[in-house]
Design a binder for this molecule. Structure first.
Ligand SMILES: C[S@@+](CC[C@H](N)C(=O)[O-])C[C@H]1O[C@@H](n2cnc3c(N)ncnc32)[C@H](O)[C@@H]1O
Length: 364
């Protein structure tokens, strides 16, 4: 192998390694471990990747990048795993332990429990906050949280990840509208004058307001005097305040039809759109932790979209049982596009629409 060639591979490996380790506060990334990882990577590059190509000086890095990248990515990930599991020096901090302590601190100080959420996701979110403060250990970050309530708020915002939009996954809402129309028709036939809908994990309110708009639309053509309860809950107090204010930037409304925009929103001086009072009045917001708190009872429809993805399997199971108990016989559960019903739950829910991820509570 030519010296120049080895340098190229080394620099590519180093570049990849640095990128891959940027947010890895969960393992030791000291210089010694980095060097071990690099040596490990170089030793694993198969010989065919090391035969000297005929390259000009200008294109040498680009061509080498194209040629070796895939291989370096593969061996570098293996090297990170292997060295971090078996570092060649003693560790000053047990990162698993200090990560758990940090999650315990969040429970104790703010009453939010992320211990059973997908740990990879939570670690990435925490790493982003740590990076913005250039803190390198979980223990150090824990100390920062103790000193700075503002940073604690920012971390919780990051962990709660409350991005949403009106009529998220537009095509799903065509099915949801159809479902609501049918439900109302059946209720009329049975002379059942109550309708209870729960938007669980409602973030900044776009989802419950989308439901309220659809109900208004249905009732415009099918008037019906009934008692509507449209409850919307979230764990995040800040999100709930934003939801109650009901004002949104244009990009959150990209799926809103023009006539809905005209009928159900007003434009604010700053260019945002605010839901009209008639829509606001239909939704009752409440703070509720889906894991710890009691749920809404006797619901006809539970909409819980893009919330399951944060929970591990056992929490998802608990949540599905909770929704099962929440729903009336024959009630509907609407999940997110990327979320699938656990096989265990097929005993208690039947699929109504696989594309829109709508399920119906089976009779006991
Ligand atoms: C990505 S948003 C989903 C918003 C909306 N359902 C949608 O699909 O656009 C996820 C929401 O779940 C909430 N959440 C996370 N864990 C929760 C919990 N344990 N209890 C209640 N809400 C929770 C977050 O605060 C966040 O607002």
């Amino acid at each position: 192998m030519l010296a120049e060639e080895k340098n190229i591979i080394e620099s590519l490996a180093r570049e990849f390694l640095d990128n891959a380790l940027t947010l890895r506060y969960d393992i030791c990334t000291c210089q010694l471990c980095r060097n071990d990882m690099l040596t490990n990577i170089i030793s694993k590059i198969p010989p065919e990747y090391l035969s000297p190509p005929q390259l000009t000086q200008q294109t040498v890095m680009e061509q080498a990048r194209l040629k070796y990248r895939g291989e370096i990515v593969r061996v570098a990930l293996a090297a990170i795993e292997s060295v971090s599991k078996n570092p060649s020096h003693s560790l000053s901090e047990d990162r698993n332990h200090s990560f758990k302590s940090l999650l315990n601190q969040i429970v104790q100080d703010r009453g939010l429990d992320f211990r059973q959420y997908h740990q990879g996701l939570i670690k990435r979110k925490i790493a982003m906050r740590m990076r913005s403060h250039k803190v390198e250990s979980y223990a150090g970050y824990g100390r920062l949280l103790t000193k700075s309530p503002e940073e604690f708020d920012k971390l919780l915002e990051e962990l709660c990840i409350n991005v949403s939009e009106f009529f998220r996954d537009k095509e799903v809402w065509i099915t949801v509208k159809y479902l609501l129309e049918n439900l109302i028709k059946q209720k009329k036939i049975r002379n059942d004058r109550s309708l209870r809908i729960w938007s669980a994990g409602c973030a900044n309110g776009e989802e419950p307001y989308s439901l309220a708009i659809l109900l208004q639309e249905i009732l415009r053509t099918e008037p019906w005097a009934f008692e509507l309860e449209l409850a919307a809950s979230d764990i995040d107090k800040k999100a709930l305040l934003a939801a109650q204010a009901g004002a949104y930037p244009k990009e959150n409304l990209k799926n809103v039809e023009d006539r809905y925009l005209k009928n159900y929103f007003i434009t604010l001086a700053d260019g945002r759109f605010q839901v009209k009072d008639a829509i606001k009045a239909m939704v009752k917001f409440l703070r509720l932790d889906l894991i710890r708190d009691d749920s809404i009872r006797e619901a006809d429809v539970v909409v819980c979209r893009n919330v399951f993805i944060y929970f591990n399997r056992s929490l998802q199971e608990q949540l599905l049982m909770k929704f099962y108990r929440s729903l009336k016989a024959g009630g509907y559960l609407v999940m997110g596009k990327a979320e699938i019903l656990l096989t265990e739950a097929e005993e208690i829910f039947k699929e109504v629409d696989s594309n829109a991820r709508i399920y119906q509570k089976k009779e006991a």
